[in-house]
Write a protein that binds this ligand. Structure first.
Ligand SMILES: [Zn+2]
Length: 336
């Protein structure tokens, strides 16, 4: 996980990394968070009393009950339902969202989705997720689980997904799925997941037909799945982020776009553009840090949309030098 300390201009002041393995339990995560926060506090003693709150980008569905209590449902990690409050005990306001949703928020506030009232922001990493921005707000469904695109089944006979079902998009496009598939074909790769995925692309680009076939299939699936999003949501922009997504866009953008345009109906397809996420590798963390900032401002304003606009004006224009608060953004998962 990446744990970042942000100032009110949402600039990253300091950060810590912890974990990054797939066998972590909620207790591990809680301990890592606690350690990372303690380290940031030790290094930033003068800022610490001004910390406004904590935002979390979590790997799963985050539900909020009528009392404001949040629960994480991380089926892909095999966890039981986890009360978000049990992950932290810092005496600060905490707000969590799904990690793909926080990435979408970061793109909406600071990246290529800025100014878009309707956009879809795909996140491809170890998992596959999506944030849907509609009318300027994140769409979350009846209770918070909307846009679980990674677990859209595209082949009932397909490989088993981390969620336990068969043929989910994530079971084809997540980093582990790609690497498992490559190993199944007899390929060898470095143990570091990020280096391994890049090596897979390099192997394909160097002319290995097996690696190329695997990447071509994934590219076609990704473009087709994005075309499906165009048909579903009629977005102004389709944004692909996450470390795997960014790599796909660096290496196969033209092919992804043509598959997307083939799959999308002509009218909505002609009304959208494909972009690579522009916020960078800390997008989930940055989006998480926006959450307490939103809460801070919303608590003094009558409506969310007015509050958000107020913050953005401040961030884009002259910063308000009377405010010195800090926001913490914690992002999980993060194989960095
Ligand atoms: Zn799944």
């Amino acid at each position: 996980m990446t744990v970042g300390l942000f100032n009110l201009r949402m600039r990253l002041v300091d950060k810590e990394f912890r974990g990054g393995t797939d066998d972590e339990t909620p207790d591990h995560i809680a301990r890592d968070l606690s350690n990372a926060i303690a380290e940031l506090e030790r290094r930033n003693p003068s800022s610490w009393p001004k910390v406004a709150g904590i935002g979390l980008g979590l790997p799963g569905i985050v539900e909020t009950d009528f009392e404001g209590r949040q629960t994480l449902y991380a089926e892909s990690l095999g966890w039981p339902p986890v009360p978000v409050a049990s992950l932290l005990d810092q005496g600060l306001p905490v707000r969590a969202e799904n990690g793909a949703a926080t990435q979408a928020k970061a793109e909406q506030w600071f990246g290529v989705a800025r100014g878009s009232s309707t956009a879809v922001v795909a996140m491809l990493g170890r998992g596959v997720g999506l944030g849907v921005i509609t009318n300027g707000e994140l769409y979350c469904g009846a209770s918070g689980s909307a846009a679980e695109w990674g677990h859209l089944s595209i082949d009932p006979q397909g490989p088993i997904c981390r969620c336990g079902r068969r043929g989910c998009l994530e079971a084809f496009l997540g980093s582990q799925a790609l690497l498992e598939e490559w190993k199944g074909r007899g390929g060898t790769l470095p143990s570091d997941e990020r280096i391994a995925i890049r090596a897979l692309f390099d192997t394909g680009d160097a002319g290995d037909s097996d690696a190329n076939a695997l990447i071509e299939r994934a590219t076609s699936l990704l473009g087709t799945a994005l075309g499906g999003l165009v048909n579903l949501y009629n977005p102004q922009g389709v944004i692909v982020g996450g470390w795997v997504g960014t790599l796909f866009m660096e290496r196969r953008r033209t092919e992804i776009e043509s598959a997307m345009r083939v799959a999308a109906l002509e009218r909505p397809g002609s009304q959208t553009d494909l972009y690579v996420g522009s916020v960078g590798e800390n997008s989930v963390t940055l989006g998480a840090a926006i959450l307490p900032l939103e809460d801070l401002v919303c608590s003094r304003r009558p409506s969310n949309s007015i509050a958000s606009a107020f913050v953005r004006r401040n961030l884009e224009g002259t910063p308000d030098r009377r405010t010195h608060g800090q926001g913490l953004g914690f992002a999980e998962p993060a194989t960095r």
